[in-house]
Design a protein around this ligand. Structure first.
Ligand code: HEC
Length: 255
């Protein structure tokens, strides 16, 4: 009986795997990232450009609910000074309250506030997006197989639907998105933003920068984590060599 259950489960898993593989037929892109590998770090200029793309384009639909404005500063931030972080936060309108009259009120954001959300709740978000929910982007890079490559692939994967493909109402054809029909209209094109640092804003550049920013958002402490990892590795290496030398000394008289 148990064997039978296992066999059925195995067959079902294989079947599902095959179906998924067929849906996500487009291979992942092969972008190179500054944060690749154990010595990889974030590129602050790139992160700041990506933050600009997020603020000017993606923030109209997507929240980043795990981030505070204060996260943009400090050693694990985007390289902004405290004054710059304050100015960025102050550009957002935040609901606070209740005040002495028992009413909620709007005020400019402070560094200790979470990022402002585009919609009051999920229903409002769906209503504005043809029934589809724009997911929170704080952890999207970690939540999708392929991580940054996948998100980059979606952002650069919009095409005209091939002849004969029937598209759902309000859906857009995308090479990377599983099933190829995505509710998000193409968010980025050449010159969707004008970069403050003068970098040419091609579609690929914008997608690369915003994906770097979202990768940082999903793990702002990646750099100290990697540094600790390298230190631990070096420590263990030295400790192993010491242990080996000591062992040889102790056993030297035995043989
Ligand atoms: C007009 C609203 C809108 C804008 C602007 C927008 N999105 Fe989306 N996005 C959506 C919706 C709606 C979905 C859900 C799509 C679906 O499930 O079919 C989505 C889904 C996504 C997904 C998830 C794909 C998946 O695998 O589930 C990612 C990643 C994403 N958006 C990134 C971005 C980025 C980055 C930007 C800015 C460059 C952006 N979006 C701008 C509406 C938007």
């Amino acid at each position: 009986m148990r064997k039978l259950v296992l066999a059925v489960a195995g067959a079902a898993a294989l079947g599902l795997g095959a179906a998924w593989a067929q849906e996500a037929s487009q291979p992942l892109p092969d972008e190179h990232w500054s944060f690749d590998g154990i010595f990889g770090t974030y590129d602050r200029a790139e992160l700041q450009r990506g933050f600009q793309v997020y603020t000017q384009v993606c923030a109209a639909c997507h929240a980043l609910e795990h981030l505070l404005y204060a996260d943009l500063g400090g050693p694990n931030g985007l390289g902004y000074s405290e004054a710059e972080v304050k100015a960025i936060a102050a550009q957002a309108q935040v609901t606070d309250g209740p005040n002495d009259q028992g009413e909620m009120f709007q005020r400019p954001g402070r560094p200790s506030d979470p990022f402002a959300r585009p919609f009051a709740n999920d229903k409002a978000a769906r209503a504005a997006n043809n029934g589809a929910l724009p997911p929170d982007l704080s952890l999207i890079v970690k939540a999708r197989e392929g991580g940054p490559q996948y998100v980059y692939g979606v952002l650069t994967g919009y095409r005209e639907p091939p002849p004969g493909v029937k598209m759902g109402q309000g859906m857009n054809y995308n090479l990377q998105f599983p099933g190829h029909q995505i509710a998000m209209p193409q968010p980025l094109r050449d010159d969707s933003v004008t970069y403050a640092d003068g970098t040419k804003a091609t579609l690929q550049q914008e997608a690369h920068d915003v994906v770097a920013f979202l990768t940082w958002a999903s793990e702002p402490t990646m750099e100290p984590r990697k540094r600790t990892g390298v230190k631990v590795f070096l420590f263990l290496l030295v400790a192993t060599v010491c242990a080996y030398v000591v062992k040889r000394r102790i056993w030297a008289s035995v043989h």
